[in-house]
Design a binder for this molecule. Structure first.
Ligand SMILES: Cc1ncc(COP(=O)(O)O)c(C=O)c1O
Length: 409
């Protein structure tokens, strides 16, 4: 499958070995990163950077914000806040990361997995409505690849039934729906600042709480600070602090928050650069899509994506594997993505699918994510798309009848 040239080089990749192997992502280190981190280390008892980062996020999403060590931790806080327990059901897409579901299973809830919309790969509102039962307490939506879910439909069906909506925004910082930031729609939202994410402090997260949910915010502060009312004590509202509720050590360290603040300050620059690379992939892979060799991401008119992932979907698992093998053999770190949760060992133990989740199973077999970071050279993007085209041409070029993409792609 690899296109070896006579001179031993690989067709479609540069001769300059310094530009490859190509990693999946590279950490963007913003201008102020080291300055802020050094200052946080020197003043380790302050919480200035945490407060500044929280304030920056809060004004972006118009929510109260608490920084956490990860998105998974923020989702666990959401599970405590929504008071899910045995007998409650939580609706979650099957095509997502384990902790979207495990955060709620941890507190005894039964996870009901639903299928995704084949166009956007996001949770399908028609599947959600069919999966709702009198025991449904929470719906968790995931904006896959930073492309918004159909929030109008999801919020409407949750609101009429008094169900809490949690946005898993692990992919979604600085992406919008109808001009509004993702993370500003659900009662609660959780962001990730893991090193694979657009804005990163290596490991980190945030919980966002809707301001009009008055009961949630005071409890969130307690849960975040080890189940104590220490935040009230710090603000002089209490003369001592005591254990008052469930909680844990959910606060992000000041040093991580310092790095995060610097990265957040560069957020627009990072996103713009990623969008350029995303756009290049999209443009250069159009011809392959026209031939029916693959399908590119679909961004609905109402959403503005943040270029978190550039993915492609192939007609079947064999073609996907062949292209992946070729890219890997050339040192290009393309990646598949989630295994559907409904058929995972823990998914079967702590939940059940509603319906077949056939779209999720299909996506898992045919998806490939391509390398993407803010300063990825255009030439590298060109080399990768050329390599994909040449692999597909080798598979399909001689076939008279072109493959048809299945209807659920
Ligand atoms: C959709 C989704 N939710 C949650 C997470 C967990 O994020 P973190 O690593 O910050 O806990 C991930 C991780 O990639 C994810 O993809």
């Amino acid at each position: 499958m690899t296109n070896l040239r006579m001179d031993g080089g690989v067709a479609g990749l540069p001769d300059d070995p310094s530009s490859w192997p190509v990693p999946y992502c590279k950490q963007f280190v913003s201008q102020n990163a080291m300055k802020y981190v050094t200052s946080a280390v020197q003043n380790s008892s302050a919480s200035t950077y945490r407060e500044r980062s929280q304030a920056q996020l809060a004004s972006l999403v118009n929510r109260e914000v608490l920084l956490t060590p990860s998105c998974s931790a923020a989702l666990e806080m959401a599970a405590i806040l929504t008071e899910v327990s045995a007998g409650d059901e939580v609706i979650v897409p099957s095509f997502t990361f384990a902790t979207t579901a495990s955060a709620f299973a941890l507190f005894g809830a039964t996870i009901v997995f639903v299928d995704s919309d084949p166009m956007t790969l996001n949770i399908d509102p028609s599947q959600v409505v069919a999966a709702i039962s009198p025991r449904t307490k929470v719906i968790v939506v995931v904006h896959y690849a930073g492309i918004a879910c159909d929030m109008d439909s999801l919020l409407a069906l949750a609101e009429t039934r008094g169900i809490v909506v949690v946005e898993d925004c692990a992919h979604a910082l600085l992406a919008t729906y109808k001009g509004r930031q993702l993370g500003s729609f659900g009662h609660l939202a959780a962001f990730s600042f893991h090193s694979t994410k657009n804005i990163s402090c290596v490991e980190g997260g945030a919980l966002c709480v809707r301001r009009d949910c008055k009961a949630l915010w005071p409890r969130a502060r307690v849960i975040w600070d080890k189940g104590t009312n220490r935040q009230d004590f710090i603000e002089g509202k209490s003369d001592k602090y005591v254990w008052v509720d469930r909680g844990s050590s959910f606060a992000l360290s000041e040093v991580s928050a310092a790095l995060l603040l610097a990265q957040l300050e560069a957020g627009q620059e990072i996103t713009a650069k990623r969008r350029m690379a995303w756009g290049l992939y999209h443009e250069q892979l159009e011809a392959c899509e026209m031939r029916g060799w693959l399908r590119r991401p679909v961004v609905p008119a109402l959403s503005e994506h943040n270029a978190h992932i550039y993915y492609i979907l192939f007609p079947n698992a064999q073609v996907c594997q062949a292209v992946l093998s070729q890219l890997r053999s050339q040192g290009v770190e393309a990646n598949r993505h989630y295994s559907p949760l409904h058929s995972s060992p823990a998914g079967q133990r702590f939940g059940h699918p509603h319906g077949t989740c056939a779209v999720s199973e299909h996506i898992a077999e045919v998806i490939l994510r391509l390398p993407l970071w803010p300063d990825i050279p255009s030439r590298t993007v060109g080399d990768i798309t050329q390599s994909i085209a040449s692999a597909l041409n080798a598979i399909y070029g001689s076939v008279l009848a072109q493959p048809k993409l299945s209807s659920n792609m």
